[in-house]
Design a binder for this molecule. Structure first.
Ligand SMILES: [Zn+2]
Ligand SMILES: [Zn+2]
Length: 249
């Protein structure tokens, strides 16, 4: 059985709590019986290595990821099967951002850490801005590196592909992500989106106490979560079930 929360922010996301380092996140993930997590910081993959190192020590599956803000200001989460590919993609996205100098007091801190959880730097330009790449280019570049893409929190009134584009484009997405709030109310269904696509959810955690509170389970003997999702492109699996617990915000 796989139990995964694939949308978690670290202390590198300006809106992420400074406690969002690997040991705290992983402890919380294990407490919630997760088998896999993924990091999806805004427009960067620089903290993926620290999380990969720590997750491996604890026997927790880890997928390096990123939450890209496209030129249309839609959030798309992309995942990779190696740190190297995630770094390449992260650099491409960072290079494509409009550079606004970071003002930590107004915007939040953006801390880069290593596997020993030591601070090794910070990103001095604001990461929560739009990339110059449109949705289709982001998906294409992720696929070229062997990754896959999922539109994030499509039910939300901001930064969702539906609010920004007005429709779900015909692109090779592996699933569509609904917010945990939507899934708590409506279950693992499509709402108004008429698409033959897999629905997933996640905690979209910015704080430790929500890590693992939402995600999905897959009834399988395999632990190759990346492979299963990569295969899913525009298809559904009857083995995937979303979960979303009530948590304080
Ligand atoms: Zn988002
Ligand atoms: Zn997010």
């Amino acid at each position: 059985m796989i139990r995964a929360d694939l949308h978690i922010h670290s202390c590198l996301s300006p809106c992420g709590d400074l406690e969002m380092g690997p040991s705290g996140v992983i402890e919380q993930a294990l407490k919630n019986n997760l088998t896999h997590i993924a990091l999806a910081d805004h427009n960067t993959t620089r903290n993926c290595e620290a999380f990969a190192v720590c997750a491996k020590k604890e026997g927790l599956g880890f997928i390096p990821g990123i939450e890209v803000t496209t030129a249309e200001e839609a959030h798309i989460v992309c995942y990779f099967n190696s740190l190297k590919k995630a770094f390449v993609f992260g650099s491409i996205i960072e290079d494509s951002l409009f550079k606004v100098p970071l003002n930590p007091e107004k915007m939040g801190e953006q801390i880069v850490i290593n596997g020993d959880e030591e601070i090794i730097g910070e990103v001095d330009f604001y990461l929560s801005v739009a990339s110059a790449f449109s949705v289709d280019i982001v998906v294409e570049k992720a696929m070229e590196l062997g990754g896959f893409a999922i539109p994030a929190h499509v039910d939300k009134p901001v930064f969702s592909i539906l609010t920004q584009l007005g429709f779900l484009p015909e692109l090779p997405f592996s699933a569509i992500e609904f917010s945990s709030g939507f899934v708590r109310k409506n279950g693992c269904n499509h709402g108004k989106i008429d698409k033959n696509m897999q629905v997933v959810t996640s905690s979209d955690s910015h704080y430790l106490h929500t890590v693992g509170s939402a995600g999905f389970e897959i009834d399988t003997d395999s632990d190759d979560l990346f492979g299963i999702l990569k295969e899913l492109q525009n298809k559904k699996s009857d083995k995937i079930k979303c979960f979303a617990k009530e948590v304080r915000e």
